[in-house]
Design a protein around this ligand. Structure first.
Ligand SMILES: CSC[C@@H](O)[C@@H](O)C(=O)COP(=O)(O)O
Length: 349
């Protein structure tokens, strides 16, 4: 039976609707966003999060920003369009899907250049819907490819949340788990809680439990022990950006998980749509890593857990070097070996 998914980002009657992921698992609430400023804030505050969902929200958010853009000429319209797109691009730096979606909208605007501006706005709405719809198909396809690496009864460890709510549907790293469930397999998932914002504890467990998938929550520091016990046969994570050499940026803590997997001889798989692969970024050293407010660590979820004034380092992502990545699973298939050579082939033809 196919799993029922909540759509976490969609656009209806000129309103951007976002499942507020900061409130899960306690409250399931949809925000109704009507301004680009609120769309920017929803991305910044992780109300909408996960690389593909951020891209979709940016495309829809841009529609809100250009609602009142001048319609007298393409040039005047385009000045405003660029201003609004550049503004949204400042919301978060690491997930390349944000920039990918804005670029796609930009290309569509230019393609429609000779149309009346009102028509260009309609075309842009169509493009944003396409970005969302295509992501559903892409994620399902990633799931199908990833499933070929798994077997009934396996233990899988995942970090952060790369599930249905982080995408249009199915997720990336979690997609094969939903497909395994459809086949009646019994996969045992171990979800790292994922400090400091607990995307694993709050979101991954919530999603998988709703789908009736066997999930066990562990703290990040328990991953080594669980691997040592022989409970994990594969690690699958999502990612925010794949560089041209195959280095991958994902939620802080992923690099540690990859090192642990290597030490225990467990394959470490990265699920990534083509929209997350950035051939213009040469290596992981060139990926901009977001640093977030210290309060996420010192008083996360409202309770102070460190002394006032303590120095804090709070990067939201880390980079796993390509040598630790067993394979990258994309909608076009599974790639491994020399990523520098294999990644560009995905974009040919
Ligand atoms: C399919 S989502 C892939 C990644 O975006 C995900 O693993 C992740 O690191 C999300 O970080 P977040 O800070 O919650 O947006």
């Amino acid at each position: 039976m196919e799993t029922a998914f909540l759509q976490s980002v969609f656009f209806q009657n000129g309103i951007l609707k976002i499942l507020d992921q900061t409130k899960i698992p306690n409250v399931t609430e949809f925000l109704e966003i009507t301004t680009i400023e609120d769309a920017w804030d929803a991305i910044k505050q992780l109300k909408v999060r996960g690389a593909p969902a951020i891209g979709i929200a940016a495309a829809y958010g841009l529609l809100l920003g250009i609602k009142n853009a001048p319609e007298n000429s393409f040039d005047d319209f385009y000045i405003e369009f660029k201003k609004q797109a550049d503004y949204l691009a400042t919301s978060r730096p690491t997930a390349v899907n944000l920039f990918w979606a804005l670029k796609r909208m930009d290309e569509r605007a230019k393609k429609e250049k000779n149309q009346p501006v009102a028509k260009i706005k309609e075309a842009l709405e169509e493009e944003a819907h396409l970005i969302r719809q295509e992501d559903e198909e892409v994620c399902r396809s990633i799931g199908t490819h990833a499933l070929s690496l798994l077997k009934d009864g396996m233990g899988i460890l995942t970090h952060c949340n790369a599930g249905g709510i982080a995408t249009a549907k199915y997720g990336t790293a979690l997609a094969p788990l939903y497909l395994a469930k459809e086949k009646g397999w019994n996969i045992k998932v171990f979800a790292d809680e994922t400090r400091p914002l607990l995307q694993g504890a709050r979101l991954t467990t919530w999603e998988l439990m709703q789908a009736g998938i066997d999930v066990t929550l562990i703290t990040d520091s328990m991953a080594a022990m669980v691997m040592k016990k022989g409970w994990i046969q594969a690690v699958i994570v999502g990612c925010d950006r794949v560089a041209a050499n195959g280095d991958v940026a994902n939620k802080i803590g992923t690099y540690g998980v990859a090192l642990l997997a290597k030490a225990h001889n467990i394959p470490f798989y990265v699920a990534a749509p083509l929209s997350t692969i950035d051939l213009d970024t040469k290596s992981g050293d060139d990926i901009p890593i977001e640093e977030r407010d210290a309060s996420e660590i010192t008083e996360g979820f409202g309770k102070r857990t460190a002394p006032e004034g303590v120095k804090v380092f709070n990067p939201a992502f880390d980079v796993t070097p390509h040598e630790l990545v067993t394979a990258i699973i994309t909608e076009k298939g599974i790639i491994k070996g020399n990523y520098q050579v294999e990644l560009p082939k995905l974009f040919q033809g």
